[in-house]
Design a protein around this ligand. Structure first.
Ligand SMILES: Cc1cc2nc3c(=O)[nH]c(=O)nc-3n(C[C@H](O)[C@H](O)[C@H](O)COP(=O)(O)OP(=O)(O)OC[C@H]3O[C@@H](n4cnc5c(N)ncnc54)[C@H](O)[C@@H]3O)c2cc1C
Length: 377
């Protein structure tokens, strides 16, 4: 068995882990990243082309500075690589005045200084005729929001880490993390790695590697639709930017248009889905009635100019925490974790990577992390 010595090991190179690896390598830390699959693979939570990027985060005002940090870091990285990782087209938070998207975005604006604009029902209907609105619907416009590019960003974060000196072992499964008095041994079938600290970012598998965390994997496929009129511009990204829309019954839709493949991404929130399964056993088949029926009905009722039959569906999963906030922080002197993405982690991953690097190197975090501290449970 080969054995290697390093300062820090990052386990899992999806969204959070690839960012942690990058930000640690940026500081000159001797760091090794281990990923069970290929880099940018479709078996975790970070695949598919895009994710919604929001600044006025309805989930918690404390997330606004983390999204802003992701934007700063991705902009810097894009200036170096010539790639675009975020496209800021603005975004709509739609629902009744007290709905989570509308009230949550207003709270982020009030408490975290996110710039937003309120849209009345009539303004919303005039500017966005694609929506079949209910009488109570209003919106908050988040001008700094848009979409971010998922798989290309994971690959770019890993590539940048390697350029800065990180060592990466893809196709290597961590089988055990042994915490010892003076460090940690990360075990795989082919190599043991000794380090001072380990940062575990194993997504839906985090609970398997670090027992005792209140995490619940949830099956959440990704869906794409086509406009009924293929010549229509109504669902191009600039005309149909990203949105979150809550219905009076608590369910809701989210998604965005596209300039690239002209497919419109739409997902359903609040539908009952498989949860608490072993992520190695994720059901990767699509079931027309259970997976598509309710979403297709919601799309037909909400966007009459979209064909409600999806043209592409990809299985995926998120990992929920009890309060819907991440678990990012130190578990003990040798162990830092990031997970519990609760379905809204991608936009924050570069900012979370920066926090993980700060926590590992004992720098002062650039923002308050108490609301995502894993020790809150
Ligand atoms: C349908 C859907 C829509 C979403 N929409 C949005 C959105 O619009 N905006 C947004 O911000 N977020 C969104 N998200 C959430 C976002 O995609 C996730 O928060 C993010 O991808 C989570 O990243 P992660 O690093 O925690 O997990 P992952 O990317 O899954 O990374 C974990 C990695 O650990 C590896 N691993 C696990 N076990 C081991 C082991 N033993 N050894 C080595 N490696 C291991 C895995 O292979 C994997 O690569 C969405 C998610 C889904 C599923």
């Amino acid at each position: 068995m080969e054995s290697v010595r390093t300062d820090v090991v990052v386990v899992g190179l999806g969204a959070f882990g690839s960012a942690a690896l990058w930000r640690l390598a940026q500081r000159g830390v001797k760091v090794v990243g281990i990923e069970r699959q290929a880099i940018g693979h479709p078996f975790g939570s970070s695949h598919g082309s895009t994710r919604l990027f929001r600044v006025a985060c309805m989930e918690h005002p404390g997330l606004t500075p983390i999204a802003q940090e992701s934007l700063r870091l991705w902009t810097e990285l894009g200036e170096r690589t010539g790639e675009v990782y975020v496209r800021q087209t603005g975004s709509l938070n739609v629902g009744g005045p007290d709905s989570h998207p509308v009230a949550g975005a207003r709270k982020a604006a009030a408490e975290a200084g996110a710039q937003t604009t309120d849209l009345s029902h009539d303004e919303l209907a005039r500017r966005f005729p694609q929506y079949h609105l209910s009488a109570h619907d209003v919106a908050v416009w988040d001008p700094g929001a848009g979409i971010c590019y998922a798989e290309p960003t994971v690959r770019a974060q890993v590539a940048e880490a390697e350029r800065l000196g990180a060592t990466v072992f893809p196709h290597t499964m961590v089988t055990a993390i042994d915490l010892q008095p003076n460090g940690v041994t990360v075990r795989t079938p082919t190599i043991d790695i000794q380090a001072d600290q380990v940062v575990v970012c194993a997504g839906a598998w985090l609970g398997k590697l670090v027992p005792g965390l209140p995490l619940s994997p949830r099956r959440t496929p990704l869906f794409w639709f086509r406009p009924k009129d293929p010549a229509s511009d109504a669902f191009r990204l600039t005309n149909f930017p990203s949105f979150i829309w809550e219905f009076p019954d608590g369910r809701g839709l989210w998604g965005h248009g596209s300039d690239e493949d002209f497919l419109v991404k739409v997902g359903l929130d609040g539908a009952e889905r498989a949860r608490d399964f072993d992520p190695d056993e994720l059901d990767r088949y699509i079931h027309p009635r259970e997976d598509i029926g309710e979403l297709a009905a919601a799309v037909a009722a909400s966007f009459p100019d979209l064909d409600p039959e999806p043209v592409k569906v990809i299985p995926c999963m998120v990992t929920d925490s009890p309060d819907g906030q991440f678990l990012v922080g130190r578990r003990d002197e040798r162990l830092v974790i990031a997970g519990g993405d609760s379905g809204h982690g991608f936009k924050h991953c570069a900012g979370v990577g920066e926090l993980l690097a700060e926590l590992t190197t004992k720098e002062t975090p650039y923002t308050d992390v108490s609301f995502i501290d894993p020790l809150r449970y």
